[in-house]
Design a protein around this ligand. Structure first.
Ligand SMILES: Nc1ncnc2c1ncn2[C@@H]1O[C@H](COP(=O)(O)OP(=O)(O)O)[C@@H](O)[C@H]1O
Ligand SMILES: [Mg+2]
Length: 307
């Protein structure tokens, strides 16, 4: 989305991150989903691109996918050999850049995580300068991944993102410099909204009212800002009534239906027992059917509320 307005209000943060990376520190960007961690990381890496000898970028969220991706990039950078990746003899001695990944992908995929780890770690340990590994998401790791990253930390510089601090990943955090990605301040949100509505040609009757609405509802999370802007982008004109409606809808979606649902469930179940106690068969049957229907519908009700 930053293709429409660019990365706004993060200059200082990007400068900080670049400085830490240049110092050789392991860094973790922390902040809730949608706050802009990936965008900041991308901007910092773009700024550094000329300065880093070896940069490995991982996007895959699956453990295996990450390892295979790492092997691919290390092969292309000649940090690991075809032999270490157990590729057929015809690839041995070939520069990594000339190995056609499509041809070898399935073979690397077939390696176990353990074999991949045992190939990757010594290869990283051997390289003269520490490669920088940017891994988009370090929020939740399997025990295998955890062991892998801990082993890698001495031989590579790891830059990652996480949306929360999970206890299981604590040992990694200890080794990393933490940089918090904070909500965007109102003046930056204002800029984003103005640029976006200008680019999309949305007409707004009362821009100030609209902007203050976005500032309030988004709580500074860029993804929330864009969700609202995209929604508005479907309209030609946003008048005051529309903004009021938006506020109304936002209010409803946060209403908690849980207590009402619980009380309804209790009523239906008690109907059955009252029917049983008083010998009222109709009540008993209706209570039973009601409970079955309730359980079926509850599934959908909760789905709706969670949205
Ligand atoms: N400072 C910013 N200015 C403009 N757009 C931004 C900014 N930060 C994030 N975005 C956009 O908001 C969306 C969510 O950001 P992202 O980096 O994916 O969040 P995260 O990685 O923290 O979940 C993306 O479309 C991104 O381009
Ligand atoms: Mg992200």
């Amino acid at each position: 989305m930053d293709d429409i307005v660019g990365l706004m209000g993060r200059d200082e943060l990007v400068t900080d991150l670049v400085a830490e990376i240049k110092k050789g520190k392991h860094v973790i960007l922390i902040g809730p989903v949608g706050i802009g961690k990936s965008a900041v990381l991308r901007a910092a890496l773009d700024k550094l691109s000329g300065n880093l000898d070896w940069l490995i970028k991982l996007h895959d969220h699956q453990a295996k996918g990450q390892f295979v991706e790492m092997a691919r990039q290390m092969l292309a950078l000649d940090l690991i050999t075809a032999k270490e990746l157990e590729l057929p003899a015809k690839f041995h001695g070939l520069p990594g850049s000339q190995v056609d990944w499509k041809e070898v992908k399935s073979q690397v995929n077939r390696m176990s995580m353990r074999d991949l780890t045992q190939a990757i770690i010594p290869a990283l340990a051997r390289s003269e300068s520490k490669p920088v590994i940017a891994v988009d998401d370090l929020t939740s790791l399997t025990p295998t991944q955890m062991a892998f990253w801990l082993a890698i930390f001495d031989h590579a510089q790891v830059i990652g993102c996480a949306s929360e601090k999970k206890a299981r990943v604590r040992k990694l955090w200890w080794k990393m410099r933490e940089i918090a990605v904070k909500p965007l301040p109102p003046d930056v949100i204002r800029e984003i909204v103005k640029k976006y509505i200008a680019a999309k040609g949305i007409l707004i009757e009362s821009p100030d009212l609209y902007i203050s609405h976005v500032v309030k509802q988004s709580v500074g999370v860029p993804q929330a800002i864009y969700d609202m802007l995209d929604e508005s982008g479907k309209e030609r004109i946003i008048d005051k009534r529309k903004v009021r409606e938006m506020r109304h809808e936002a209010g409803i979606s946060y209403l908690d239906f849980t207590p009402m649902v619980m009380i309804l469930g209790a009523l239906i179940v008690s109907m059955r027992y009252i029917g049983m106690g008083t010998g009222d068969k109709t009540l008993y049957i209706m209570g039973g059917m009601g409970a079955a229907l309730f359980l079926t519908f509850r599934f959908f009700i909760f789905k709706g509320v969670g949205r």
